[in-house]
Design a protein around this ligand. Structure first.
Ligand code: MN
Length: 226
């Protein structure tokens, strides 16, 4: 399993700090491994900042091994080049790119800093949940809609959903190599990288490539750590 440092993406990070200004930040971590016996994974993620936003993508290319890894990489490269496009346009672009190859399933979340909104579009078998701030007792994990289909194959109707983000909201996106029950019992006090590793350690299946990405939205006053 690849262990990554927890990176952060911050809106306006290059600007001079201003007392009282609130700076939205995305902190993320991921854990992944190929199907046992394979050297490469067909699951791949992308966290790509663009002007005023960040594109988060998790892709599961059909099949396993080198061929699937190549297709997954071509798909995330395409998404990265056009990260500021809306999620519907991104899926259509990938659909055209993949139409003569094996397809892929994918879930995309495009975060817009100024409006604090996240637009979600899921196709196939990449699950997404949004966990409210601090796992407060009455809060519920929200399962995000994923429609059956394949990008590059049988594409479903593309109907994105838009969600207002609040401080501390955590998006978890996982391929079908992670048991979907991962959201039933989430530990309460982990930052994104340890949470991704926890989910992977407890819910990764040994029958498929597996990948989980955790991204937490926060808003902190300038000069403080998020
Ligand atoms: Mn899979």
């Amino acid at each position: 399993m690849e262990i990554l440092k927890t990176p952060t993406v911050q809106w306006g990070a290059a600007a001079a700090p201003q007392p009282g200004r609130k700076t939205p930040t995305l902190q993320w971590g991921a854990a992944e491994a190929p199907l046992p016996g394979q050297n490469e994974s067909g699951d791949r993620f992308l966290v790509e900042p663009f002007n005023n936003g960040v594109l988060i993508a998790v892709v599961d290319a059909l099949g396993h091994g080198h061929r699937a890894a190549q297709i997954a990489a071509q798909t995330t490269d395409t998404l990265a080049r056009h990260a500021c496009d809306n999620v519907t346009a991104l899926v259509r672009r990938c659909h055209e790119m993949l139409h003569d190859r094996h397809g892929a399933t994918m879930s995309l979340a495009s975060l817009d800093w100024p409006s604090r909104r996240m637009t979600w579009l899921g196709i196939g078998n990449v699950a997404g949940v949004l966990v409210p701030h601090a796992f407060v007792a009455e809060a519920r994990v929200k399962h995000l809609l994923v429609r059956g289909g394949v990008v590059g194959g049988d594409l479903p109707d593309l109907q994105p959903s838009t969600i207002m983000l609040a401080h501390g909201d955590t998006l978890i996106v996982a391929t079908d190599g992670i048991d979907e029950q991962f959201a039933d019992q989430l530990p309460q006090d982990l930052t994104p990288q340890p949470l991704a590793e926890h989910i992977f350690a407890h819910y990764a299946k040994s029958t498929d490539d597996a990948l989980v990405l955790v991204a937490r939205y926060s808003v902190a006053a300038d000069g403080r750590e998020p």
